[in-house]
Design a protein around this ligand. Structure first.
Ligand SMILES: Nc1ncnc2c1ncn2[C@@H]1O[C@H](COP(=O)(O)OP(=O)(O)OP(=O)(O)O)[C@@H](O)[C@H]1O
Length: 348
């Protein structure tokens, strides 16, 4: 309900005040962290393992619960932890046939500066474009991880470095966009002359909240942070508007956030947006804007393909492959000989 609606305004009495939006799923306040995870991000896990890129991002006004959804709190793990524990469980199931290498990186964009949350010192990093036009963060620490506990440990350490400050709206308001990047490389254990390596990249992003200076009553540095946050979210809104209306020129270069999200919005990535709104009438404007925003995101189209590179084996690996096949044949022939009661001599 619009709290500013004037019931005495006869001229506008017939104007429709209801807006309907349709989304893949809507959660009530009773939804648990697992409900949200299962119906938003769980499906991405097997895609990432098969070499597809995926992105999950939480959007909404300050204090609406983005950090709670993405990170969670003690005893109520959020999407980042639940996704990673599922990812490792799935890889464990496929251990017999596939070999995996998982690396993670964690960064924040604070006042238009990209900062490493896992590195030994929190330096400012540059964004560059690689030969294929994809955005890369130069100097970003990528740590190899082997299980979800290790990931959680790194996430906890990274979060301690993240910029959070109390505001009038949220006691622990995130003043930066936090981006967790998980890269999964998959290779078959069966040796072939030409090995296929699949690389899936999963981005999980806790955006800083859109905010109105009047509500947060921010001054000084907090206000400057708010301006940067709103600027990057506006740049994101502009990209979404252009993309959803079929525009040709999309200005990704307007902010670090849009440069990082370029692939997720328009390119090679399965993308899930989780929009957060508050039922409070004081948040009417923010909730309405968030819904409009999310509605536009629905119209974005991405072109998704699996990232596969074929690597020719070195001669020594080829010999090892031949050797393993020869051993296997001898083993099988041994079994056949025992089962059939007589052996057969083969020459290789
Ligand atoms: N579904 C929920 N159940 C229980 N507590 C919640 C839920 N959602 C949010 N909270 C609590 O509400 C407070 C604000 O949430 P949170 O910090 O996640 O908001 P936010 O959208 O990330 O805000 P900001 O943009 O300012 O960082 C936190 O104390 C959080 O634990």
């Amino acid at each position: 309900m619009d709290p500013n609606r004037d019931s005495d305004d006869i001229l506008r009495a017939k104007r429709s005040h209801d807006h309907s939006y349709m989304f893949d799923v809507a959660f009530s306040q009773r939804a648990t962290q697992r409900d949200v995870y299962q119906r938003t991000s769980q499906g991405l896990v097997s895609k990432v393992i098969r070499g597809y890129n995926a992105t999950v991002f939480a959007y909404g006004p300050t204090g609406a619960g983005k950090t709670y959804t993405m990170l969670g709190k003690t005893g109520e793990p959020g999407i980042m932890a639940l996704t990673l524990s599922d990812l490792f469980a799935k890889m464990e199931q496929n251990q017999a046939t596939s070999r995996y290498r998982v690396t993670m990186a964690y960064l924040e964009i604070y006042n238009e500066m990209v900062r490493n949350l896992l590195g030994p010192s929190v330096g400012i990093l540059d964004l560059r474009e690689d030969a294929h036009g994809a955005t890369v963060v130069s100097g970003l620490t990528e740590v190899e991880v082997h299980d979800s506990d290790e990931v959680m440990d790194l996430l906890t350490r990274g979060n301690l470095r993240r910029t959070c400050e109390p505001t009038a709206v949220n006691k622990t308001s995130s003043r930066s966009h936090a981006v967790l990047k998980v890269t999964v490389e998959q290779q078959s254990r069966v040796l072939n002359m030409c090995q296929k390596i699949r690389t899936g990249v999963l981005f999980m992003i806790d955006l800083a909240g859109s905010e109105r200076a009047a509500n947060t009553r921010n001054r000084g540095l907090r206000m400057k942070e708010g301006a940067h946050i709103n600027r990057s979210l506006l740049a994101l809104a502009n990209c979404i508007n252009t993309l959803s209306s079929g525009g040709q020129y999309v200005n990704y270069r307007d902010s670090k956030l849009t440069r990082l999200l370029k692939d997720a919005l328009s390119g090679n990535s399965f993308t899930v947006m989780i929009a957060h709104i508050s039922p409070a009438s004081s948040c009417y404007e923010e909730s309405k804007n968030t819904l409009k925003y999310a509605d536009r995101v629905k119209h974005l189209k991405t072109k998704v393909s699996s990232n596969v590179v074929e690597v020719d084996q070195h001669v020594s690996e080829y010999q090892a492959c031949m050797e393993s096949m020869r051993t296997r044949i001898l083993e099988l022939e041994g079994h056949a000989g025992v089962a059939g009661g007589r052996g057969r001599q083969s020459v290789y």
